[in-house]
Design a protein around this ligand. Sequence first.
Ligand SMILES: O=C(O)/C=C/C(=O)CC(=O)CC(=O)O
Ligand SMILES: [Ca+2]
Ligand SMILES: [Mg+2]
Length: 441
Amino acid sequence: MSMLNETHDPALRSWVDSAQREGTDFPIQNLPFASFRRRGRGEGWRGGVAIGDAIVDLAALHRVHPFEGQAAEALAVAAEPQLNALMALGPAHWSALRLALSRALRTGSPLRALVEPCLLPQSEAEYGLPARIGDYTDFYTSIHHATNIGRLFRPDQPLLPNYKWVPIGYHGRSSSVGVSPQRFHRPCGQIKTPDAAAPVLAPSRRLDIELELGVFIGPGNALGEPIPVAEAESHVFGLVLLNDWSARDIQAWEYQPLGPFLAKNFATTVSPWVVTLEALAPYRVPFERPADDPPPLPYLDDAARRDRAAFDIQLTIGWQTAQMHAHGQPEHVVAQTNYRYAYWAVAQMVAHHTVNGCNLQPGDLLGTGTLSGPEPHQAAAFIELTAGGKQPLTLPSGEQRTFLEDGDTVVLRGWCQAPGWARIGFGECRGTVLPARAPAV
Ligand SMILES: O=C(O)/C=C/C(=O)CC(=O)CC(=O)O
Ligand SMILES: [Ca+2]
Ligand SMILES: [Mg+2]
């Protein structure tokens, strides 16, 4: 599954011209999946695959029956409004559909006449959640984030003693996961400032982001049957960008002893395009640990895949205020990081989540946790970037920010790029903060 094959060949060209455009996120080597429809036409949702600036409408493609065997079986369910049934099929079907699509979209393909009428411009599309998300779990896999934020919340003991042994996570909430571009109201909650005797119910004043990747689960496991780490990646359909918006003032007061609750479940934004693990194969990198750290327990240690368990995915955070938007100024990149710095890999999250027999289901979403890197400019949340809100960032408009103001937009981007390989992009994950509604009394 992680092997390279003809679909990764950097020399492949598509008859869709925009797939060759310099810097496109969606060359023929990517082929990510989304749930989409055209805006304002009363159409139903269905699966789509990105190619350049276009979408292959998988429901329209299914109607012309261009493929056979496993590719045809996968296409039939990829045409559904959400991708749960495709996710449930597993790697052999995903791979067959990817290969069939790759061949159909190549320059000179005899299927061009059949496929071309199924293309729609992305500019006319709106996106739905890729899957019905039964459960959403958020991990904490960046040791740099854990140390930085731990220092702010617990100066005496930033990194808790379990960190290097347990892939820490908490159960999030799926009902408020939305797709980019998401707009949500600033949350209200209990806030207690250090000098106040009692908390008040008020709109958050320390509204933050968390740049993460989201992992969409493919085939699940039966209740009571753990997924071995060596098989874990065959239960992963693909990755998206994820913004785990976080109200730090609510969090600081509520989080002990059971962890985040209302500080993080008012909105979580994912990008629409799910990039498959197969598309990411050229960007696998060794999973690295400092030599004197404890080796993972055997159920978390897949020695045979250590040389390729991590992914080289470049990630950025862009900030655009309402004023910048009004003046046509694009978002300003305030941080850049990479998924390769994570302390726990995708396979370890899956193995750990199921080690007690907990059952994952197709379409479940795992967050990697905030993906801060080792350098200060690689911090993946504003609380880290601004030294706990003490050192404001200055944006090109001259405005200063520590946490989010009403009308601010945050744009996460991700992509893989290396000499000799096609760029594999994630598109964008965009969200905008609306003013708080009056707090309940
Ligand atoms: O260290 C803490 O107490 C708080 C951590 C978080 O903010 C939790 C979280 O969402 C995990 C993450 O994104 O890495
Ligand atoms: Ca998080
Ligand atoms: Mg969240």
